[in-house]
Design a protein around this ligand. Structure first.
Ligand SMILES: C[S@@+](CC[C@H](N)C(=O)[O-])C[C@H]1O[C@@H](n2cnc3c(N)ncnc32)[C@H](O)[C@@H]1O
Length: 692
């Protein structure tokens, strides 16, 4: 078994030979699929499978099983489409999610708690555990953060994956390790072994995370060379080549004919498998006379069908990865990420919180070495969004990925910090806690309705240094500036959180990405201008999104570097994550863009995320644009927005111009319209984008 497989998120499902003829339907979250094993989704218990999709092709078909798709959270109803917020802390949403998360627990099917803290009978809660809570000695000075213990042995046969997929120690076989783990679990927890066990787990997790990352990089590099791990179940000839008869890539006419009806799911599965295989060794395996792009086109069409994406988004996401890795990414989007909580250090310590939750029947562990406030919840007999500790503000239900930008921001006590797009406040409250309720945090969000949940969270978590406001972020720094640090957790497409919000699969168009990227560019320049280069302790901006697309991440960062010569990218301080892309599809970014960090569901077992950290320095004279230039640019911006169908917003005139190469066609078009409106004859178009 591969090194990555043991603790990694379960391997994507095997795409086996058909045994029945189901028709392919869109893989929407709310649909119940009763399918045979050939369609089984990856399960977290499937530890035997190698982490690689292609290897799993060798597996024998399993017994018939019924796969019930998870119920997805409904898309936001607040009209905030496209905001791409990845936290789940809106109170109602949290309760619903917590309820659905644990409704299948074999211990309890109780309703999620809907009342207030006063309605809770704590004694009854304790009784529910069916015994006296265990007492642990957390006062040992051996270890600040002991391994979290369970009040009773886990009922899960196998635990879900840890965040940041991990593999095991090189000296032991997987079986030996499993045995060791089991022995350890049976061994009583004592003061002396508690700390040691915690340290061991964290060391393993760190080593494994690195290994997993390395393996994926190597796999991407070797894509064209090493494809021996695709087992076609005897369809290869003795030279390892595919039997030419065994797979025929449909012609354009055949595809057209198929498009008329609903394609057979097994045909699609097989074709995906074959296309991946051919593309991994194209020269040797391709059908004579067929081009690479034909195979890619077929594969993308099948991915869109199979996973239920619109074709545009399937292609956009596919292009981010090697062929094999793309499949891993799409598969990972079908699986929920681990439930995680952040300890609110304004109210409690992680060890105390863990003890309190363990006593309520919650099975948890620290998330990993990189955070000393995160806990991963494996199982709970109580609704995790409605425990007394939750209501008392001891923790925030928060995706692990959303800790990252705050860790990168590293706010210090007594600073002035701006959180420019802050609702519902997962990151704001984290910032306030790191500042130990000193200094001041301006928590801004353009959407007034969303500031309600933001305010509620700020109160619940006991943050006393936060000022809530509701401006369009593009009005900063005119509203207020001179911050030591600014966080711009930008509104985005949410392509990193598809497992939470499957509606992204079908509701994002090319125009959405154009508009979002444009807005993000406007916001990032305003965020930069809100940072005080004179700050004695800071002078930093962190830009983040829960999206994996380049136009919302590296392209925005690169744009900011070009437009603001007084900023430079610095190390995020995050211990893991892939380097940001310095070139993509013919576009080159500034080499320092490699300092940004990308996080992926299939690599790190957390939501897809992007983090960039800038240091803002004093402006050098002569590098900024004249006021006239800026005003001219603003006019062009508004025209640009109209040109792509958006509405120009009433934004302060310090807003910034757009003149990067990618915006050029739009800007030209806007100019032509202006000239026409003035009765002038516009010049002929140059290099018109066919998509525009
Ligand atoms: C990714 S979410 C923020 C999540 C938040 N940082 C947290 O951790 O809970 C993006 C937010 O940007 C807000 N937003 C959208 N456009 C904005 C703008 N022009 N100015 C400021 N905020 C905006 C949305 O209302 C949304 O709440």
């Amino acid at each position: 078994m591969g090194r990555r497989s043991k603790n990694k998120q379960a391997a994507p499902e095997p795409l086996e030979a058909p045994s029945s003829h189901k028709k392919l339907g869109k893989r929407k979250a709310d649909v119940d699929l009763d399918v045979d094993s050939t369609l089984a989704r990856p399960t977290k218990k499937n530890k035997d499978l190698d982490g690689k999709w292609k290897k799993s092709l060798t597996k024998e078909p399993k017994a018939k099983i019924s796969v019930k798709k998870k119920t997805e959270k409904p898309p936001s109803s607040n009209g905030d489409e496209g905001s791409g917020w990845e936290d789940v802390e809106d109170d109602d949403v949290t309760k619903v999610e917590a309820k659905s998360l644990f409704k299948n627990s074999d211990e309890s099917d109780e309703e999620a708690f809907e009342g207030t803290a006063d309605d809770l009978n704590l004694e009854e809660d304790d009784d529910m555990l069916g015994g006296v809570p265990q007492h642990f000695d957390f006062d040992s000075d051996e270890d600040e953060e002991p391994q979290m213990v369970r009040s009773k042995k886990s009922k899960q046969a196998k635990r879900p994956e840890k965040i940041i997929p991990t593999t095991s120690d090189a000296s032991n076989s997987d079986q030996e390790e499993e045995e060791e783990e089991e022995e350890e679990e049976d061994e009583p927890l004592t003061r002396s072994n508690l700390a040691a066990r915690s340290r061991k787990l964290e060391a393993i997790a760190a080593a494994e995370a690195e290994l997993a990352d390395e393996e994926l990089r190597a796999a991407a590099l070797e894509e064209d060379e090493d494809d021996d791990d695709v087992d076609m179940s005897g369809e290869e000839n003795e030279n390892g080549d595919m039997d030419a008869e065994s797979f025929h890539l449909p012609t354009a006419q055949e595809r057209e004919a198929e498009a008329g009806g609903v394609p057979d799911v097994h045909t699609v599965q097989r074709r995906m498998r074959e296309c991946v295989r051919v593309l991994s060794k194209f020269k040797r395996r391709a059908e004579a006379g067929r081009s690479r792009s034909e195979y890619v086109a077929q594969l993308v069409a099948d991915i869109a069908n199979y996973y239920g994406y619109n074709h545009f988004l399937a292609e956009k996401l596919f292009q981010l990865f090697s062929v094999n890795e793309a499949i891993e990414f799409f598969e990972a989007n079908e699986v929920s990420r681990p439930v995680t909580i952040r300890t609110n250090t304004l109210r409690t310590r992680r060890r105390d919180l863990a003890q309190a939750l363990v006593n309520r029947g919650v099975n948890l562990e620290p998330i990993g070495k990189w955070t000393n406030v995160g806990l991963q919840v494996f199982e709970s007999s109580v609704p995790i969004g409605a425990t007394p500790e939750y209501l008392a503000g001891h923790y925030m239900l928060q995706a692990a990925s959303s800790f990252l930008p705050v860790v990168a921001l590293s706010p210090q006590p007594n600073e002035r910090v701006l959180d420019m797009a802050s609702a519902p406040g997962g990151k704001t409250t984290h910032i306030a806690a790191l500042m130990q309720n000193t200094g001041v945090v301006f928590a801004n969000d353009a959407n007034k309705a969303r500031t309600k949940s933001l305010t509620a969270n700020i109160h619940r978590l006991g943050c006393k240094n936060v000022v809530v406001c509701s401006y369009d972020g593009r009005e900063f720094p005119k509203v207020i500036g001179g911050f030591d640090r600014v966080l711009l957790d930008a509104p985005c497409s949410g392509t990193g959180v598809i497992s939470k919000d499957a509606s992204v699969k079908i509701n994002k168009s090319e125009r959405d990405f154009t508009l979002l990227s444009h807005l993000q560019k406007q916001l990032i320049l305003c965020a930069i201008d809100s940072v005080s280069p004179e700050s004695k302790t800071g002078g930093y901006l962190v830009y983040s999104t829960c999206s994996v697309t380049v136009d919302e991440n590296e392209a925005v960062v690169d744009y900011a570097l070009k437009k603001r010569p007084n900023v430079k990218l610095v190390d995020t301080g995050l211990e893991f994550g892939r380097e940001g892309l310095t070139s993509y599809r013919g576009k080159n970014f500034h080499p320092s863009v490699g300092l940004t960090r990308r996080f992926y569901p299939h690599v790190h077992n957390m939501d897809g995320f992007f983090v960039a950290k800038f240091r803002v320095e004093k402006k050098v004279k002569g590098t900024s644009k004249s006021k006239e230039d800026e005003e001219q640019a603003i006019q062009v911006d508004d025209d640009f927005l109209r040109a792509v169908g958006g509405q120009p917003e009433s934004v302060d005139s310090t807003m910034n111009g757009f003149d990067s190469d990618e915006d050029r066609p739009y800007l030209e078009d806007a100019k032509r319209r202006r000239m026409k409106a003035k009765g002038l004859r516009p010049p002929p178009r140059t290099n018109v984008d066919p998509n525009y």
